[in-house]
Design a protein around this ligand. Sequence first.
Ligand code: UTP
Length: 234
Amino acid sequence: MKTVVISLGGSILIPELKENRIKAYLPVLEKIAAKHRLFVVVGGGGGARDYIEVARSLGIDEGTADEIGILVTRLNATLLIAALGEAAYPKVAESHSEAKKFAESKKIVVMGGITPGQTTDAVAAVLAERVHADVFVNVTSVNGIYDKDPKKFTGAKYFKTLTPSQLIEIVGKGGLGAGSHNVLDIIAARVVERSHIPLVVLDGTTPKNLSNALLTGKCECSIVSETKKKVLPL
Ligand code: UTP
């Protein structure tokens, strides 16, 4: 049994409330949890972005907008927990320590955001450290890491494998406003570097990509690791 921490982007799980992928993710998460200790950190998605946009239009500061974003991530986490039923610990973990404690139940532990100035990627990266994860997975809307945003630049270079310092160089170019977009936030990238935990970045718009990657090793994904040691399958 391995320990897995997944950053499940809100733009994947709940891009818009009524167009969510929760149902499709339930069997995928249950399948992984049947074999491994599983932590899922849920993002804010379209709901968080809408709230943050409205907060800004009201002249509300970025830190407060972040607090609102955090509430939305926790609301999304609550929805996922309720949908998972018995398979999940029944409460959203509001800190890393709480997540560790909840994991004693052997159920899937779900959390959202915790502190302003970062995204749920950073929450998940630190959680991976705290629970000594074997792998940290970022489930996002692109099939891995490019030197530039592939949705904006046609000639973006794709990395099948890369080192943590290459990752930092790439994500360091992104911004840090509330609701800002990047393949992984810079704090998470720095934590990946110091923790030496391998990171897998994959496209979660097709939910079974996640279980295929972890359980069979079949994946069109980028792997960030310092060593050439095989990361997948678990
Ligand atoms: P997300 O982690 O969802 O950010 O948190 P995101 O980059 O929009 O990712 P996707 O689209 O879900 O994949 C939503 C917002 O909540 C605040 C930030 O403003 C973030 O942009 N947040 C979240 C925090 O301030 N701290 C946290 O720990 C988590």
